[in-house]
Design a binder for this molecule. Structure first.
Ligand code: C2E
Ligand code: CA
Ligand code: CA
Length: 736
């Protein structure tokens, strides 16, 4: 007879390694020959039984008394006992009682001829498997034995299956409970029908509290709607819910590092859920029985993401929104304002003299100051306003929902007032102020960049007008300021890098054709834009105050250059230089000039200073004083562009001047040497009347030159003769 032995398959070694030992008792039983014990105190019967079972493949042991049977059973394990009930010493019932006390007890077939109904009942009560009545045939015996063994085998298989199932259940339960993920099942109503240990631990609830609870009890209120789908997930496979992130409230346990048990905290989970269905008769419409889900705590990842996100959109020093986030918020605010047909304000704040703090107190204190400034600005704002740091000492603000522009004005004033209170930097009291530019959407710009740019321009206007205050953008600020900001930096650099150069335009005596002097004209060799003419940058240099260092550089350069002219002593050339009215106002002007002349050993009589009429008008008394000083020094003075300003003869004669220059606009009107040009004639007659030298500039044609000469002006300057040229070219012309 072949027997199907049940075996449990052992787990793969890799898993087994992580399992507690009690779960890995995978039993394997080798097949064995069934072992039979024949018990009868009648030797003849015993012999006959033995004879009949011969060759059947069983291992046979015999016992010729009850006592012998007990001895055998105590010593060895049997599958089946063929037992005589009536024996002299120890009867069959007693043997059966003994068998029943043993583990893995043998099955019993009672063999007897004389037994009554009582003995039979007694034997069956004690669990005898079958009953063989003497006399019996060999076939009957073999069939009964075989049946009993088969039955026994089935029972054993059954027992092992039950044990294996229990073990398997334990294994899965272990895997599920030891899983790092929360695993749960919901019934079709959305109530928990199963939760693993992990879920209980992480959520901080007892299993009993969770089972039967509706899932919404755990969910963050804002996530209810989103969760509806996931927790009622009926789909399976690819279409089931995957990696859905939701927030759940958990009761904080010491494991989560919270202080009291009553606390709740929010955990973000990533959830996968699939529907569970029971197949009905029609496999295409299975019944939905609930949802099975696996959730993982992703709070740590979420927190890390939040930190990274925060860093990308905030300034590290002040923790304010950075310029990226600012633009984002401004964009949103603009959309809203457009919808409501409302206005909003953008402010650009730049601290005055912040660099001074940084340079004198160090960067550490500079940083602290910025932090304190940020805090004070923040304190002035309403909810909904955005304050951002653009970088350096620049801050920007959006004020959405402006009722009127006065709102913005009030906020700006509040800022300025707040910043006026002294700052305490580790015991040092620091005073600062700020310049604030304001641009209003939509009037001052309909794009983010335009608004920021215009607020910036307005801010620069405040700086220009002496800092510490605010200004609303006005389109008139735009051109001048926008370009000037960049220009100022470039011009400073031009001075440092020696990009400025003096050109010289010869002045000719038309009668003899000789060069009698030159006018110095400034040029800027811009590294990118090439040669820039003075009209483009000097007005700005005057506005920004850079004209002072530029003029000083100019005076020094001119005097140095003159030393190379190498003119003969008899007829020294005169150099005309243009002097900015701003520089003339400057107290150091006079000294600078005298020092330069001394340093380069230049006779003051060789220098003529050109000034425009307007200087004299603006502050005549002061101008007269300055010019007189020059005269004392020996430097002569010319009025430039004569005829274009507010010249008044009454003034003119009070000024210590030697020369007037006919403005080129009058010269250029001369087209016919035989024509009549009354303004030119009038200027010529004035110069004669006041006994002043006369120079005509901008002479481009022979006709102009001849007309001027014919009417008494013989000193000329213009493209007809020479264009302005660098020093080298001028020296060549002189020597040719
Ligand atoms: P400006 O003093 O009236 O100088 C004469 C201008 O006429 C120069 O222009 C010169 O190049 C130009 N010019 C000379 N001959 C002719 C001609 O035949 N036809 C025409 N169309 N133009 C001629 P530039 O050099 O561009 O200088 C412009 C102005 O910039 C000057 O007017 C002067 O007011 C100012 N400037 C030039 N250099 C300096 C300087 O070193 N310091 C100061 N403060 N101002 C300067
Ligand atoms: Ca001039
Ligand atoms: Ca001129």
């Amino acid at each position: 007879m072949t027997m199907n032995r049940f075996r449990t398959t052992g787990l793969p070694a890799s898993i087994r390694g992580t399992l507690p030992a009690h779960l890995d008792a995978s039993p394997t039983t080798p097949p064995h020959r069934p072992r039979l014990l024949l018990v009868d105190d009648e030797p003849r019967v015993l012999a006959s039984l033995q004879e009949m079972l011969k060759g059947s493949g069983y291992a046979i042991t015999t016992a010729d008394s009850g006592t012998a049977a007990l001895a055998c059973l105590a010593e060895m394990r049997f599958d089946l006992v063929l037992l005589d009930l009536l024996m002299m010493d120890v009867d069959g019932h007693q043997v059966m009682d003994f068998i029943n006390q043993r583990d893995n007890k043998a099955d019993v077939i009672v063999v007897s001829g004389t037994v009554g109904i009582d003995s039979a009942i007694g034997a069956l009560k004690r669990g005898a498997h079958d009953y063989l009545r003497k006399p019996f045939s060999r076939e009957e015996l073999l069939r009964t034995v075989e049946n009993a063994l088969k039955q026994r085998d089935l029972q054993q298989i059954n027992r092992r299956m039950v044990a294996a199932l229990a073990l398997s259940e334990k294994k899965y339960r272990y895997l599920v409970d030891a899983s790092p993920d929360m695993i749960y099942m919901l019934g079709h109503e959305g109530r928990f029908t199963y939760v693993n240990d992990r879920a209980c631990q992480m959520l901080g609830y007892e299993r009993e509290e969770l089972l039967g609870q509706h899932y919404t009890a755990l969910l963050h209120a804002e996530d209810h709607e989103r969760a509806l789908y996931v927790f009622n997930e009926r789909r399976v496979g690819e279409r089931a819910s995957r990696d859905v992130e939701l927030r759940v409230t958990c009761r904080a346990s010491p494991m989560h590092g919270h202080a009291t048990v009553a606390d709740t905290s929010v955990m973000t989970i990533s959830l996968n859920a699939i529907g569970m269905h029971r197949e009905k008769r029609d496999p295409h419409t299975p019944t939905y029985v609930g949802t099975y889900g696996i959730a993982r705590d992703v709070s740590a990842r979420k927190r890390a993401e939040a930190v990274i996100h925060h860093q990308a959109y905030h300034d590290i020093l002040t923790d304010l929104p950075n310029r990226v986030l600012f633009k984002d918020r401004l964009g949103l605010a603009m959309l809203q304002a457009r919808r409501k047909r409302a206005e909003l304000a953008v402010m650009f704040i730049d601290l005055d003299r912040f660099k001074l703090v940084n340079d004198t107190l160090g960067h550490g204190h500079g940083d602290k100051l910025l932090q304190q400034v940020a805090q004070r600005l923040k304190d002035c704002l309403r909810k909904g306003d955005t304050l951002a740091r653009q970088g350096g000492d620049e801050f920007t603000i959006v004020l959405p929902d402006l009722r009127s522009r006065d709102d913005a004005r009030v906020v700006a004033d509040k800022f300025i007032e707040q910043l006026h209170q002294p700052f305490d930097l580790a015991g040092t009291e620091v005073h600062i102020s700020a310049s604030i530019g304001v641009a209003i959407y939509p009037e001052h710009g309909e794009s983010i960049d335009e608004l920021l740019r215009n607020a910036d321009i307005a801010m620069y206007r405040v700086k220009d007008l002496g800092k510490n205050g605010h200004a609303f953008y006005d389109p008139s600020m735009h051109d001048a300021l926008h370009q000037n900001v960049a220009l100022e930096q470039h011009l400073r650099r031009a001075l440092e890098r020696n990009e400025l150069e003096m050109y010289y335009q010869p002045q000719i005596d038309a009668a003899s054709g000789r060069i009698i002097g030159a006018e110095a004209l400034m040029r800027w060799n811009h590294p990118v834009r090439g040669l820039i003419m003075p009209a483009e940058f000097l007005p700005f240099a005057e506005e920004s105050g850079l004209i002072v260092p530029i003029s000083e550089w100019m005076i020094d350069t001119l005097c140095r250059d003159m030393a190379q002219w190498g003119t003969d002593g008899a007829n020294p050339l005169t150099l005309s230089l243009n002097l900015s009215p701003h520089y003339l106002d400057h107290s150091k002007f006079f000294e600078t000039m005298r020092n330069a002349l001394e340093r380069y050993d230049i006779g003051p009589g060789r220098i003529a200073v050109e000034i425009t009429e307007n200087i004299c008008i603006r502050n005549p008394q002061y101008a007269i004083e300055q010019l007189k000083k020059l005269g004392q020094l020996g430097v002569s003075v010319a009025i430039d562009d004569f005829g274009t300003g507010y010249s008044s003869l009454a003034y003119l004669h009070r000024f210590p001047i030697q020369t007037i220059k006919i403005d080129q606009s009058f010269v250029q009107q001369i087209s016919d040497e035989d024509g009549h040009y009354p303004v030119v004639l009038a200027i010529i007659s004035i110069s004669r009347g006041l006994n002043l030298d006369l120079v005509a500039e901008g002479v481009e044609t022979e006709a102009q030159a001849r007309y001027l000469r014919a009417h008494g002006c013989s000193t000329m300057q213009g493209f007809l003769f020479h264009r302005p040229m660098p020093l080298g070219g001028f020296v060549n012309v002189l020597n040719s």
